[in-house]
Design a protein. Structure first.
Ligand code: BLA
Length: 507
């Protein structure tokens, strides 16, 4: 039932993924109170990774737990300017007969230290700088988003060794689409497929916006519990920790996809989560420290480059519209308001609005271009204006205003109308696009349980599922509202001027 669906979505959205109380097993963690330097939390595998049993470490001072050289570096990383929110490598060292790398990240009043075995001592930063320089140089002369996406997935596939690398873009409703893909190996291609919003609940998106990446090293390996030093310790906030344990729902999701590991770079454009670069591998895979360091920086470069391209596209459109606007202003200075929007100017304005048709109705005279409602229906649109504000727009006419469908005909699904006076308006029309969406699996919600226990299940199949939706046009953008608004103010002031002239002449 609809109630169960709501309850299931609410259950998804309330899973506290930032405080999972368990970690991924490819490393161990301790949390240290920034004031007292005592260990407030430790993962159950601390001994296995570092040789120090978690039970003896808890509630001890960091000075008593770790060997001298290491504890010095750990403590130093608590001091500004080293303290960072994200996990940053602090030091690598020999302990318990193996080479470990330590990383630090902020967790409110505590700092989380992560220890991960590495194959050998690496000069992470130096290598990363060179690789990053190579990657960014490959993208230097790219001037469009399609090429940016294509080149990026290929470069990242080589850098990371993940079989599948995808650029995934969110739409306005939080659904996402695979815009580019580099793929080798046994995984299914996802290029062009859409994923519904509920695959990534809001609290997971919040973390994605704050962090550069997230890896899930091994879908099959069991998670490891985190123990607290005292029973009423607040749960450890692992937002910025690489080893943050993975929600079992999401583990099932990745299993259903055939992924053994994932590595997601979070793309932020102008402060908003734009999408991600998602990487999958059929078997377990941990991006090494160098790869993490490169990717942390690469994804920022990618976001900035993308931002520049999107801004440039917007500016080009506004510039084109501005040219039309200037011509309109010039012709508005003329005598006859009836000739204000010449057929030619209306056509250009229609293009600037990316509309399929446009009409100017003024005191009975009609100027039109392209796809417009039959002339006898324009009077009805005028009537509609009596009860609506100065401007009105929709990209789903049938759903938003069923009473208008009759009027505009079923070819038109988008309307942007501006009323200048009681008996004049300018309107732009957009065609009904037959929207064909290829979903990765049928986007139906599968629910188990009922009422408060209703649980949304991850999809079992990601095979292409085609959905055709009629009744909507491409949506109007902020730039188009701006263009329509300017046209309105030019026309209204021209009307006023003409009226004043007329009155003066009469006197
Ligand atoms: C998390 N789901 C996520 C994340 C992604 C996706 C990217 C963030 C974690 C990460 O960055 O690895 C989804 N991954 C995708 C998609 C693609 C991809 C769409 O590669 C496309 C190629 N998931 C469900 C349902 C629920 C759900 C029904 O399908 C809820 C009932 C939950 N998804 C869910 C949860 C998380 C998540 C709880 C957080 C996982 C975590 O961080 O522990």
């Amino acid at each position: 039932s609809a109630g169960d669906i709501d309850a299931a979505l609410a259950n998804c959205a309330s899973e506290p993924v930032h405080i999972p109380s368990f970690i991924q097993g490819n490393g161990a963690i301790v949390a240290v109170d920034n004031e007292t330097l005592t260990l407030t939390h430790a993962s159950a595998n601390l001994e296995q990774i570092t040789g120090v049993p978690h039970a003896t470490a808890l509630n001890q001072s960091i000075y008593d737990v770790f060997p001298e050289g290491l504890r010095h570096d750990l403590v130093n990383s608590l001091l500004p300017p080293f303290l960072m929110q994200e996990t940053r490598p602090v030091d690598s060292f020999e302990l318990n007969g193996r080479t470990l790398i330590a990383g630090a990240s902020a967790a409110g009043p505590a700092t989380i230290f992560e220890f991960e075995p590495i194959e050998s001592m690496q000069v992470v930063t130096g290598k990363a700088v060179h690789q990053l320089a190579f990657l960014t140089s490959q993208l230097q002369n790219v001037d469009n988003t399609a090429t940016l996406f294509e080149k990026s997935v290929r470069l990242l596939q080589v850098l990371t060794g993940f079989d599948r690398v995808m650029v995934y873009e969110f739409d306005g409703d939080g659904n996402g689409k695979i815009q580019a893909e580099a793929l080798t190996g046994p995984l299914e291609p996802y290029l062009g497929l859409n994923f519904p919003a509920w695959d990534i609940p809001q609290q997971a998106r919040d973390i994605m916006r704050k962090t550069p990446f997230r890896y899930i090293a091994d879908v099959l390996s069991p998670s490891v519990p985190i123990h607290a030093g005292n029973d009423d310790a607040a749960p450890l906030d692992m937002t910025f920790s690489h080893l943050r344990g993975v929600s079992p729902v999401h583990i099932r999701y990745l299993e259903n996809m055939g992924s053994g590991a994932s590595f997601t770079l979070n793309v932020v454009v102008s402060g908003q989560l734009w999408g991600m670069i998602s990487m999958h591998h059929p078997t377990a895979r941990v991006p090494d420290q160098t790869v993490r360091e490169v990717c942390r920086n690469f994804v920022r470069f990618f976001g900035l480059t993308l931002d520049t391209m999107l801004q440039r596209e917007r500016l080009t459109r506004l510039y084109e519209a501005d040219t039309v606007r200037r011509e309109l202003t010039e012709s508005a200075a003329g005598e006859e308001t009836e000739t204000l929007l010449s057929k030619q100017l209306l056509t250009r304005l229609c293009d600037a609005m990316r509309a399929d048709g446009a009409v100017l109705v003024k005191e009975g005279s009609v100027q039109s271009h392209g796809l417009v409602p039959p002339p006898d229906r324009l009077e009805q649109l005028m009537q509609f204006g009596v009860s609506c504000p100065d401007t009105f727009h929709t990209s789903a006419l049938g759903a938003d205003n069923p009473e208008l469908v009759d009027m505009v005909g079923d070819e038109i699904a988008g309307l942007h109308i501006t009323f200048m006076a009681e008996n004049s308006f300018v309107a732009f029309f957009r065609r009904d696009r037959e929207l064909v969406t290829k979903w990765a699996g049928a986007p139906q919600k599968t629910i188990e349980g009922q009422g408060a226990d209703a649980r949304l299940q991850p999809r079992g199949s990601f095979a292409e599922y085609k959905e055709t939706v009629r009744g909507s046009s491409i949506p109007w953008t902020a730039e188009e509202h701006q263009i329509a608004g300017e046209v309105w103010s030019i026309l209204v002031s021209a009307e006023r001027e003409a009226l004043i002239k007329k009155t003066t002449r009469q006197q």
